[in-house]
Ligand binder design. Sequence first.
Ligand SMILES: Nc1ncnc2c1ncn2[C@@H]1O[C@H](COP(=O)(O)OP(=O)(O)OP(=O)(O)O)[C@@H](O)[C@H]1O
Length: 476
Amino acid sequence: MSKSATSVWDNCLTFVKDNISDQAYKTWFQPINAVKLNDNALSIQVPSKFFYEWLEEHYVDLLKVALTKEIGKGAKLVYVIRMENAKGNRQPFTEKIPSTQRSNVNSQSIDFPSRQKNPELRNPFVIPGIRNLKIDSQLNSNYTFDNFLEGTSNRLARSASLAVANKPGGTSFNPLLIFGGVGLGKTHLAHAIGLQVKDKFPDKTVLYISADKFTQQHIDAVSKNNRNDFIHFYQIVDVLIVDDIQLISGKKGTQDVFFHIFNHLHQNGKQVILTSDKAPVDMQDIQQRLLSRFKWGLSAELAQPDFETRIKIIKNKLYNDGVEMADEILDYVASRITANIRELEGAIISLIAHSTFSKKEITIDLAEQIVKNYVKNNKKPISLDDIQNVVSDYFHIEIEELQSKSRKRNVVQARQIAMYFAKEITKTSLTSIGRHIGQRDHSTVLHSCKIVSNLQESDKQYRKFIQDLEIKFKQL
Ligand SMILES: Nc1ncnc2c1ncn2[C@@H]1O[C@H](COP(=O)(O)OP(=O)(O)OP(=O)(O)O)[C@@H](O)[C@H]1O
């Protein structure tokens, strides 16, 4: 039976509702109506352009997950905005805008199971009495959702994790595989799911284990001739979290046993959560049958956090430790340590320790010394001011004009190029870029970036501008 726009949207709303506060849901989702479903494009009507911008800024990832779940890969969202006609009595008119579905944020792959799970299957392996075993979940109570700060780099993974925690085994995200570079919060998020499941469903058995420990336990079990007990033990868990699953690469025995356990849990509607430092497609020396199971649910990436998220994380850490630090120092540390949140936290802890032990104030000099231990390339990053200076200098216009509301062709061109480089080089959010370069909103910045990208392709002279400027930025 073909789906209607309303039924698809209703299902999306149920998913969205589970993942945001009631207030946010009432404000931003209740006023929306589904209008049309064409192939894989759902059109929704929103009350204003501001509404559309807000949804794109704050909820695009969540909407994408919800829509992909309903329509499948390649799902598209089109906003229909109802504008009141200023000239009075004629009909309101509408404007259609496609969702940006920013790919840098959404670099996840989604494969859904082709068959239904049957949570009612009985476990034929249960050893009498084993259900009375008390299993320590091995969860770290510090790693909660509350202190896992949200940003564009982790919004999808965080939302999917919340969905899983609220309905373990009951979403399409089974297994949920969280992947990303070192120190980006995979373990934290995995524990947060486990803790929330324990809070909401105290009767469910949750078990966190690192793949390393799992391997070691398996080797011990084989040497003591109780491999079956080992398997049975894992099969009675309701939510199994295996951290750093890539560590079972090349270990055939461990992969075989994990394959059995995984199948059993999955077939019985139990939740499996995996973390890995790479996406399944990049994993090596892991059997195909396992890899295809890893891709079965949702693979969600934790990317490097942007500047604003790094600041949020540091501020939260300082708040929890009851320490205050000047904004200038926070900005300094957050702009230099970009690739690893553990290192970011480490630098802050070192700063606090140094100043406490030496009874000295925390200064930029001290921050510089400490940051040097964390990052090799200590070159000052290019700021929004640097970009505006270089661009206005290149086009021979005053920086004030660049930031003005002027619609002169050469000024508009320079402003758009400055916005483009700001996005490419600084990774600052579109909203901040817009605020700094002429008090524009984020959609203007996005529009400028698209124009610059298009013109580069089609206009030789324009491409030369961009190349010249790229060289200038490299020389800074
Ligand atoms: N979004 C976030 N908000 C707050 N703290 C975070 C966030 N992401 C990561 N952290 C913190 O960063 C530190 C490193 O995180 P974690 O150990 O989960 O990383 P990981 O990805 O599992 O690293 P590894 O690859 O080394 O196993 C932890 O102290 C964690 O609390």
